[in-house]
Design a binder for this molecule. Structure first.
Ligand code: B12
Ligand code: SF4
Ligand code: SF4
Length: 344
């Protein structure tokens, strides 16, 4: 390993990243093949995956880029408010990508500043990633991809990946020593509520609960998978929660900034009664996959979760939602009353 590469890695580890590797831009070419393979296995995913081909052709957009620095940070160290388990995906509870209060974002900015200080030109798209992050992490040998499609290190899959393009050809790779999935295991595939994860190493994004509760699922009364969405309101962790390779990999030793306070405002009933200004200003700034114009979706998702995991105490909130200021929420509440036979 040359000295600049080892200095970059050392600095990343000192800043709190669990792992750091550096690969050449050309190492991303294999991702295109995997994308083709995916689309070949589930052709209906083609329109969704079309936009990801750019991840394999980074030079088209960044002709100056020569290597990729890929870092792993572990969020399985944070305390999860118990009543949010099964409601909001854990990745989103500890999402540091736009959270100025988070140590991870501050470290990421400092690390970037450090690389620039070393004379490197850098590019990092913090929201959705400049490239295919799992592929880059596999190429750097930082861990392995398991049958549920998640990238794992020794700390399990509860990790966030982040990458920078840099304008110098460097390399720092490892050889993973982790055991593969047990041969007979298919717990993740078996447990996926919507069969989005229909077989190992593939999935259909449009039927994934994580997609249906955020970017998709805009007509839940007619959504064929609304029942399978269960109690989830934003994201889904089922295929990671059931994985034996994640057993004992969540060690809550720290509090994520402001989460405990915010969590007191969140429950299915509280979401339904939530003020739109609060949804737009507070909830949206943390859980930003649902944009400001669409915050009604929180209430619609909450009603869906209430229908799927009904308790008598929800009745009043569902009735109140019939006079919500947003037509989509009123429609969903009427649908729920019919579905639950609440009029009888
Ligand atoms: C688009 C996207 C989504 C979409 C679509 C998901 C998808 N799987 O395509 C939606 C909105 C549904 C989504 C949801 C979630 N996402 Co997302 N998402 C992404 C994003 C932006 C691109 C993913 C992508 O390129 N998909 C296309 C497929 C073909 O590529 P891939 O999954 O990255 O990786 C494949 C290859 O690397 C290849 N491969 C590599 N090695 C090997 C080895 C073998 C043997 C084989 C066969 C294949 C193979 O196979 C991989 C898996 O099939 C990435 C960030 C990024 N820029 O990479 C985050 C990312 C994948 N998401 C992440 C997370 C945490 C989630 C959620 C868990 C959040 C939540 N709690 O709800 C859910 C999980 C849903 C799910 N089951 O995947 C993390 C995953 C971390 C990890 N440990 O792997 C990422 C990496 C974000 C990050 N910065 O850390 N996501
Ligand atoms: S995140 Fe949930 S819905 Fe999506 S593939 Fe995993 S288990 Fe299935
Ligand atoms: S549940 Fe089993 S098959 Fe799925 S990723 Fe975990 S170990 Fe692999």
């Amino acid at each position: 390993m040359d000295s600049l590469a080892s200095q970059i890695k050392k600095t990343a580890l000192n800043m709190g990243y669990e792992k750091c590797g550096i690969i050449k831009i050309s190492d991303m070419s294999g991702y295109e093949e995997k994308l083709n393979e995916r689309v070949g296995r589930i052709p209906e995913t083609k329109p969704f995956y079309e936009r990801f081909y750019r991840f394999a052709h980074l030079r088209d957009l960044y002709p100056w880029a020569k290597s990729i620095v890929i870092c792993v940070s572990h969020y399985g160290k944070y305390h999860v408010p118990e009543h949010l388990q099964g409601l909001i995906g854990k990745y989103y509870l500890f999402d540091a990508r736009r959270d100025a209060q988070s140590k991870e974002l501050q470290d990421s900015l400092k690390f970037e500043e450090y690389m620039q200080g070393m004379g490197l030109k850098t590019e990092n798209e913090r929201k959705f990633g400049t490239t295919a992050l799992r592929w880059a992490a596999v190429e750097a040998g930082l861990g392995i991809v398991r049958r549920n499609n998640f990238f794992y290190t020794e700390s399990g899959s509860w990790i966030h990946l982040e990458a920078w393009l840099i304008d110098k050809e460097l390399e720092s790779k490892e050889i993973p020593t982790m055991a593969e999935c047990p041969e007979s295991c298919n717990m993740c595939v078996k447990s996926c509520p919507t069969a989005s994860l229909s077989e190992p190493y593939t999935m259909n994004p449009s039927s994934c609960i994580s997609f249906l509760t955020t970017f998709g699922g805009r007509d839940l009364p007619h959504e064929r998978l609304n029942e399978q969405m269960g109690g989830w309101v934003y994201g889904c962790d089922v295929c990671q929660d059931v994985c034996p390779m994640n057993k004992h990999r969540w060690n809550a030793t720290e509090e994520f900034p402001s989460l405990e306070e915010l969590s007191h405002y969140i429950s299915l009933e509280k979401i339904l009664k939530m003020d739109y200004a609060f949804l737009e200003q507070i909830i949206q700034s943390k859980f930003w996959y649902i944009n400001k114009e669409d915050v009604w979706k929180w209430k619609v998702n909450a009603i869906n979760a209430m229908v799927n995991e009904y308790k008598g105490q929800y009745k009043e909130a569902i009735y109140d939602a019939c006079s919500d200021s947003h037509a989509k929420v009123r429609k969903m509440a009427h649908w729920a009353i019919g579905k639950l036979n609440l009029l009888v």
